[in-house]
Ligand binder design. Structure first.
Ligand SMILES: NC(=O)c1ccc[n+]([C@@H]2O[C@H](COP(=O)([O-])OP(=O)(O)OC[C@H]3O[C@@H](n4cnc5c(N)ncnc54)[C@H](O)[C@@H]3O)[C@@H](O)[C@H]2O)c1
Length: 348
């Protein structure tokens, strides 16, 4: 089996590579990434790409179809990958997350690839609701990032057929440790804040709902879809990927962190306007289709995992929101250093 993982040098990629390597020891695994975060290693003694057969440095906006020859599955994680970055780089978000993804899928289909896996997001639902959103519910994108995911899903749906199975995972918000850790995600940010300032300041009133998933469980879901047969879920599948147990409101999330890291104070901004990005999500479909690939990490074990790994790194940076553990900071830093141009291409 030959699998190419696009966007493997990010937050989720290292865990996906490890998962695929453990489950398919004989597979040929190839990474493809432009390398914006290649240097953002959490542990300088361990390079996660050692589990690959090959690393390609390239731009998903310009993929030579030759590299796809003989490939069984493609996993597309390459993206401008959160709301603040989508705001800053709106056009590039559409180019990378949407147009390039669809072009890649077209080339893959032509080249005889059997499975295409796309990392979509639960943020496509967008708006607060009484009910947990199911796949067929109305989509309500509030950001360029969410719009890019919806546009891609729509076009990928047209490409799937009996020889080309496509899975779009509408992933919950990621959390947990990775060899390229991010602290621009709510739970990881709370753990980091608790360590450096013994305080978690919630910028909203604490009521928004945010489903979460550990990156290792995202990797298990991707393992499932990389070999999924059309009989299980259809030729095209957009599926909420997470678990019903992990629909949390922000304040109780912070309280769990404070319990695990004693002495942490949690404060809420009672004057804050309601955060529109609030959504509960129903993960029943994923449970019925992939019973053996359900999330196994829970909130407590994930907080403990991030906590212990940050301590092991001797993490003590009170300005971590200005550090390379924040994606937008890393990209703007590379631009300020004149290493990336306005189109986010490497300057030669
Ligand atoms: N982190 C989350 O909470 C979350 C939740 C749901 C879905 N997702 C999706 O999962 C995927 C992976 O997320 P992540 O957290 O690892 O993101 P990330 O930003 O850490 O990694 C994305 C990777 O894509 C690469 N990339 C960006 N533009 C590229 C280009 N033009 N060509 C080649 N590579 C390029 C980057 O270098 C980076 O290594 C993304 O599609 C993201 O939208 C993430």
């Amino acid at each position: 089996m030959k699998v190419i993982i696009f966007g493997n040098l990010g937050y989720i990629g290292p865990n996906v590579v490890k998962q695929l390597r453990n489950s398919f020891p004989e597979a040929e695994l190839i990474g493809f990434d432009i390398g914006y975060f290649a240097h953002c290693l959490t542990n300088p003694y361990y390079f996660p790409e050692v589990h690959l057969d090959q690393q390609i440095y390239g731009d998903i906006r310009n993929v030579d179809p030759k590299i796809l020859e003989g490939t069984d599955a493609i996993v597309d994680l390459a993206a401008i990958s959160n709301d603040p970055m989508g705001k800053q780089y709106e056009d590039i978000t559409m180019e990378v997350n949407y147009k390039a993804a669809v072009e890649l899928a077209k080339k893959a289909k032509q080249g005889g690839v059997k499975n295409f896996v796309y990392a979509s997001s639960c943020s496509v639902y967008g708006i607060a609701s009484e009910f947990a959103k199911k796949e067929e519910d109305e989509l309500n994108p509030l950001t360029a990032y969410a719009r890019s995911k919806i546009a891609t899903e729509k076009e990928l749906a047209e490409l799937a057929d009996s020889n080309f199975t496509i899975t779009c995972h509408r992933f919950a918000t990621a959390c947990g440790f990775s060899n390229r850790l991010r602290l621009d995600l709510v739970l990881n940010d709370f753990v980091a804040s608790a360590i450096v300032s013994k305080e978690i300041v919630i910028l909203s009133d604490g009521t928004p709902w945010r489903p979460m998933i550990n990156t290792k469980d995202m990797a298990r879901a991707i393992e499932w879809s990389a070999t999924r047969k059309a009989e299980n879920g259809g030729e095209f599948l957009a599926v909420n990927s997470g678990s019903n147990e992990w629909n949390n409101q922000i304040k109780p999330l912070a309280d769990v962190v404070a319990k695990i890291i004693p002495g942490t104070k949690v404060s809420v901004n009672t004057d804050a306007a309601p955060d529109k990005r609030s959504y509960r999500v129903n993960f029943d479909l994923f449970k019925s289709l992939a019973p053996n690939h359900q999330p196994v990490h829970d909130l407590k074990s994930t907080v403990e995992e991030v906590h212990s790994n940050l301590l092991e790194m001797n993490f003590d940076d009170p300005n971590f929101r200005d550090s390379k553990l924040i994606r937008l900071k890393t990209l703007t830093d590379l631009q300020n250093r004149k290493l990336l141009n306005n189109n986010l291409e490497w300057v030669k």
